[in-house]
Write a protein that binds this ligand. Structure first.
Ligand SMILES: [Cu+2]
Length: 134
């Protein structure tokens, strides 16, 4: 019994508390901008903060939010995203997204590109994002 409890504790320590799911982008050409979307699942009761996203496919990668500007929608850079304990934060079209500015390469349907997510209080997470229509 004590042994099983000990094992469970270890699993808890080594398994990531934050999971990234459904990472995707729409197709785009070299030189254009693109957007990356994904779900951030926080499995723990602690809050986590995403502070940076990096990729080799563009020089500039920023976290953006969409906001209402009169009749129109605008978007702007945010410093971070907080994922509250036991919740899922969704980056999706029309809302929060990762802006990929001036692509160094084409994004074709079926391609998979690597991104590194940096958190304030969680180890870095590497993800593969799939290029698809939606
Ligand atoms: Cu944007």
């Amino acid at each position: 019994m004590v042994f099983i409890f000990f094992l469970l504790s270890i699993v808890n320590l080594i398994s990531p508390q934050v999971k990234i799911e459904n990472a995707w982008m729409r197709p785009a050409n070299k030189g254009m901008n693109a957007a990356l979307y994904f779900d951030i699942k926080n499995l723990s009761s602690k809050d986590y903060e995403l502070v940076d996203v990096f990729s080799d496919i563009a020089k500039v990668v920023q976290i953006h939010e969409t906001y209402k500007q009169g009749e129109n929608l605008g978007m702007r850079k945010v410093e971070s995203i907080t994922i509250k304990g036991k919740t899922t934060f969704r980056l999706a079209p029309g809302g929060f997204h990762v802006m990929i500015i001036r692509l160094k390469e084409n994004l074709k349907l079926g391609d998979k590109k690597e991104f590194t997510l940096t958190f304030k209080n969680h180890e870095k997470i590497k993800i593969m994002a799939l290029v698809k229509d939606q």
